[in-house]
Write a protein that binds this ligand. Structure first.
Ligand code: GTP
Ligand code: SPV
Ligand code: MN
Length: 592
């Protein structure tokens, strides 16, 4: 076995790497340092293996394109497991495997899996370097594609080992692609051991272990134990023309608009306003000494959905991905550029994401619906100057939002914290291409965390409720829906930049600048509170997008039954009562 010099004397780390290497049997062990020179070598290696292809140096400098196996294009929730000592700890919404069984089953798959291959030792930090809230992980992987992605998504290499020192705690991640076979694919989390084992995939959320596996599944477990919160939330700052910046965190399920909202460019009407991106997918939040909720973004890059990204919808992202970006499963133009559905007029000829020729007008999609870009946050022209702040940014409002064609109005504010927790807990959303399975089915996705909570979801709601005790200045909680449709299936609300209108009302409410009207569901904007000057929406459509229909909501309340039954053992009584109160209010209205 050929080994690069381990740049550490941390014995726990050296011993663990040695024992995993013994299990997997790689030909080489490469300790990743994160230098530019090393990046050049890794890129050359990936090119040699045919894992990535270069894009046009003029159009996309430093950019590459990668294609995954067509059977490996999204997260696999049915193959994702929480391996706690008891099934109860994982809760009814997670797949569970006993830790012994999981180690044995995956251990057999890992055995000799890296023969003829290189095991990369990838040290990384989630969160600003040196922040007491950051977490260190080591991912052992046989995929050079994973290393190239981890370099963009995390603070990778030497600085992570320096922060770890000789004794520090770290997450133990082990990944092997095997033969990328869905029959031998498992993503297993061992919260008690701070360990993640992933086999048989090479797709983002399954294999970039710092992201969903550590920052959310293990993170939520640590958050519960240590008294903080790990959430599937973007973080943004809104700067007023007077220079006051207010921070907002928002949880929307996968492929439901976090990246777009985090990079919002205000419309002309909001001259002088500016939105700063802190994060686009994950927030770690704790109560500060001032009794406010403070959030950091543990990531260093964006693993964003490509389709739908255009200069119209998200110019910030389009400029961010101009250079040093890795594209996965998008279409390729004849002149070495990328293309996907929703970017604009397609060229006459493309190579589709499976390497096949594609002609304009073809009914097949040229890019996979869950094709992605991996881009450094540093490329973002609207990156918040406070992303590296060790204690994060103070959050004034939390927004929950799903993808709902019917029922849910454009915006409303909860009556209070517990009611806001209820709104988040019962969030419904149509499934998307971000996970394998049927697309467009409404399912409950509490706080957008259904696939990412590392323990019992009822206990998770209890943790949310308990946070209130520590919060002297709790953020105000809101619900939004950008995706309501008319009878013909057309989106009623123009969305994207125009979401600034809604965001402005959220700020006005959070800062106590404006009144509101009470409804059975929560507080909504009064007549002119929401600034609609210059928006392309008729009065009739606006009333449709804001409509709260009693009959639809009685159906919605019934649709929550399944979640409440499933979580009956641990569902906090307050959640049950919130639901009954809403039902009573709706029934009273229905009788009038
Ligand atoms: P993950 O990375 O999977 O967590 O997704 P995300 O929540 O960051 O979603 P993203 O912002 O990438 O948006 C997903 C899809 O929704 C894209 O195709 C967007 O174009 C589309 N989208 C985002 N915002 C809006 C909006 O306001 N209105 C409409 N109609 N579509 C939107
Ligand atoms: C999501 O699915 O919510 C994502 C992409 O952000 S993945 O990294 O695959 O989880
Ligand atoms: Mn996500």
């Amino acid at each position: 076995m050929d080994i690069t010099t381990p740049p550490t004397r941390n014995h726990a780390l050296l011993d663990w790497v040695a024992s995993m290497a013994k299990l997997c049997g790689p030909d080489h062990i490469h300790w990743v340092t994160g230098t530019d020179a090393e990046h050049g070598e890794l890129t050359a290696e990936a090119l040699k293996q045919g894992v990535i292809k270069p894009l046009s140096k003029e159009k996309r400098p430093g950019c590459y394109i990668a294609y995954s196996s067509p059977n490996d294009v999204a997260r696999v929730e049915h193959l994702t497991f929480i391996c706690t000592p008891t099934k109860e700890e994982a809760g009814p919404t997670n797949n569970w495997m006993a830790p012994d069984e999981a180690y044995k089953k995956l251990g057999a798959l890992f055995e000799g899996s890296m023969k003829g291959r290189t095991m990369y030792v990838v040290p990384y930090v989630m969160g600003p370097l040196g922040s007491p809230f950051s977490k260190i992980g080591i991912e052992l992987t046989d995929s050079v594609y994973v290393v190239l992605n981890m370099r963009i998504m995390t603070r990778m290499g030497r600085p992570a080992l320096d922060m770890l020192g000789d004794h520090g705690e770290f997450n133990h991640g082990l990944h092997s692609m095997l033969d990328v076979n869905p029959d031998r694919r498992f993503i297993c989390h061992f919260p008690q051991d701070n360990t993640i084992w992933s086999v048989g995939s090479n797709y983002g959320g399954n294999v970039l272990l710092g992201k969903k596996c550590l920052a959310l599944r293990i993170g939520s477990y640590l958050g519960k134990t240590e008294g903080w919160m790990a959430e599937h939330m973007l973080i943004l700052g809104v700067e007023s023309p007077e220079g006051q910046v207010t921070y907002v965190a928002a949880a929307f399920p996968s492929a439901c608009g976090k990246t777009n909202f985090a990079m919002l460019i205000p419309p002309k009407r909001f001259n002088g306003w500016r939105v700063w991106t802190v994060g686009d997918d994950i927030a770690w939040m704790r109560v500060g000494p001032d009794g406010r909720l403070w959030a950091i973004n543990p990531e260093a890059g964006y693993f964003g959905v490509a389709p739908g990204t255009s200069f119209y919808s998200n110019a910030t992202a389009m400029n961010t991905i101009r250079k040093d970006t890795l594209f996965t499963n998008v279409a390729l133009t004849e002149d070495g550029d990328v293309w996907w559905e929703g970017m604009g007029t397609p060229p006459e000829h493309l190579t589709d994401w499976q390497g096949r020729p594609w002609v304009k007008g073809s009914p097949e999609k040229a890019a996979h619906p869950n094709s992605r870009f991996t881009a450094p946050a540093a490329n973002n022209a609207n990156l918040s100057p406070f992303v590296e702040n060790p204690s994060g940014v103070p959050i004034s409002a939390i927004i929950f939002g799903g993808r709902r064609a019917t029922t849910v109005p454009l915006v409303l504010q909860s009556f209070n914290w517990a009611h806001g927790v209820y709104l988040g807990a019962t969030l419904g959303s149509e499934t998307t291409a971000a996970a394998v399975g049927k697309v467009g089915v409404v399912r409950r996705d509490p706080m957008a965390m259904l696939p990412f909570c590392g323990y019992d979801m009822g206990e998770y709601f209890a943790h949310w409720l308990a946070m209130q005790k520590k919060l002297v200045h709790p953020p105000k909680i809101f619900m939004v829906n950008w995706f309501r449709q008319d009878e013909n299936g057309k989106f009623l609300w123009p969305g994207y930049g125009e979401n600034m209108r809604v965001l402005k009302w959220v700020l006005d409410r959070a800062l106590g600048h404006v009144g509101a009207q009470e409804t059975v569901l929560g507080w909504v904007p009064r007549g002119t509170d929401l600034d609609l000057a210059g928006v392309d929406i008729s009065e009739e459509d606006f009333s449709k997008v804001m409509r709260i229909d009693t009959k639809e909501w009685l159906v919605e309340i019934d649709a929550q039954q399944e979640l409440f039954e499933r979580l009956a053992r641990t569902m906090p009584k307050e959640m049950v009562l919130q639901r009954e109160l809403l039902r009573a209010r709706l029934e009273r209205l229905d009788q009038d």
